[in-house]
Ligand binder design. Structure first.
Ligand SMILES: [Zn+2]
Length: 177
């Protein structure tokens, strides 16, 4: 019981991490952008923000491993991102951009998001993106574009029969483009 409560407490903290821009590195980034700070200053805030994103994802990976036995594999290619609830792993890109951060949160959303046992591929995809957007410390246009592109890709793959529209709930593994 204590373990379950501890896990929920950690997950709650991660889900609200930087939420409503509480992380000072997010605030600094926006402040520097707004005030048209010199390039050097702007770069510094960008690096600090990436560091915050990396910490956020690393913290999630630690909980995935210790509380839920889910392994994280790292990749240099966004196109190789994937998540498998049943095989117990996620593959996520190294956090070197906002888009990589969004993709990593999306894969985590396939584990901790709502409706991830739903047979419809599109339902699982949409809710994994909802998880990503909701729990990201910021959501930029590039991140939104990634979401839209990925969902469109799934729609076309389903239309052409390359990805099944429905999955048996016991074999859920999502190979994200
Ligand atoms: Zn997905």
């Amino acid at each position: 019981m204590k373990d379950i409560l501890a896990r929920e407490a950690v997950l709650f903290r991660l889900r609200t991490y930087g939420y409503r821009r509480r992380d000072r590195r997010v605030r600094h980034y926006f402040a520097a952008e707004r005030s048209k700070a010199p390039a050097r200053e702007l770069r510094k805030t960008k690096v600090a923000l990436l560091e915050a994103m990396r910490e956020h994802i690393n913290d999630y990976c630690a909980v995935l491993a210790s509380a839920d036995g889910i392994e994280t594999n790292w990749t240099s290619q966004h196109l190789k991102a994937e998540a498998s609830l049943d095989a117990g792993f996620i593959t996520i890109p190294h956090i070197r951009s906002h888009v990589a951060y969004a993709v990593a949160l999306h894969e985590i959303g396939h584990i901790y998001g709502k409706h991830q046992r739903h047979p419809s591929t599109m339902v699982r995809e949409r809710w994994a993106w909802k998880f990503a957007r909701r729990h990201a410390m910021l959501w930029t246009e590039e991140m939104e574009t990634q979401k839209v592109t990925s969902l469109k890709w799934y729609e076309s793959q389903i239309r052409t029969g390359h990805v099944p529209a429905l999955h048996p709930p016991t074999e859920i593994s999502t190979r994200d483009k």
